[in-house]
Design a binder for this molecule. Structure first.
Ligand code: F6R
Length: 242
């Protein structure tokens, strides 16, 4: 894992946007893995700005999102489909048919999981995967205890994850209890991975990732088994790292 230190959220967003832009320019057909949540929002804003300045095009980009809540339809404002449309897809020239997000309202969720991994494989695999990290070390929605061999699957969300994500919902009881997520193995099959870490509330997780052991009890530690991982972390996230 290569650690790149940046000052703050703004600089992290800028740095990761630059890395994605460079990748888009260098790769004729790029398969880009995307995350949602607060962490990559600034990066998506920078990508939209770069598109508006005609610095990049997404015509040759195919995206695969990590996860989606079970039970939320794509037009639900709390769904990750909606988040991606509003944060990025609606503002750039990506072909809608080239955007892929697990379907949280699929009639057969198990089949949806199998098909999602198959789709990634059929497309040639993910070239660059963007990740955030949960305070409990989750990546995607792979909560502590998830097998490192897991493909896309259905998870029951940890209480800590439900509480952390409640800020986006009107009431705690509106937060879905389950999600569909790419598995640890699906993530590790990406050719390159960028993990973004910002803020003091992530500092314990980052400290454990950098100095702790590789264990399924701390899902992000699986990244240590991957040859090509960049961690872009800001000063607050690094505040507990010794
Ligand atoms: C989102 C995802 C999650 C988030 C993580 C951090 O697609 O896969 O693993 O990256 O929960 O969330 P934020 O960025 O909101 O702190």
């Amino acid at each position: 894992m290569k650690l790149i230190k940046v000052k703050n959220y703004e600089d992290m967003s800028e740095k990761v946007a630059e890395m994605i832009i460079e990748k888009i320019r260098k790769t004729s057909k790029l398969n880009l893995g995307l995350a949602t949540g607060g962490t990559p929002k600034g990066t998506y804003k920078k990508l939209v700005e770069a598109y508006e300045k005609k610095m990049i095009s997404f015509q040759q980009v195919t995206t695969f999102n990590l996860d989606e809540y079970v039970g939320l339809a794509p037009n639900d404002p709390n769904s990750y489909h909606y988040y991606m449309n509003k944060s990025l897809f609606d503002h750039v020239d990506i072909q809608p048919s080239n955007t892929n997000i697990p379907n949280g309202v699929a009639r057969d969720l198990m089949e949806e999981c199998v098909q999602y991994d198959y789709l990634i494989k059929k497309s040639g695999g993910i070239d660059l995967q963007i990740l955030g990290i949960g305070q409990n070390g989750h990546i995607g929605f792979n909560e502590p205890g998830t097998s490192f061999d897991s493909g896309t699957h259905i998870v029951k969300l940890d209480d800590s994850t439900i509480n952390a994500n409640a800020r986006y919902f009107n009431r705690l009881q509106d937060v879905p209890t389950h999600a569909i997520t790419m598995g640890i193995q699906s993530i590790l099959q990406s050719k390159e991975i960028i993990l973004m870490v910002s803020g003091e509330e992530k500092s314990n997780a980052l400290q454990r990732l950098l100095n702790g052991e590789v264990t399924e009890e701390f899902p992000a530690s699986a990244l240590k088994n991957h040859p090509n991982v960049y961690i872009i972390a800001d000063e607050k996230a690094l505040s507990s790292v010794f």
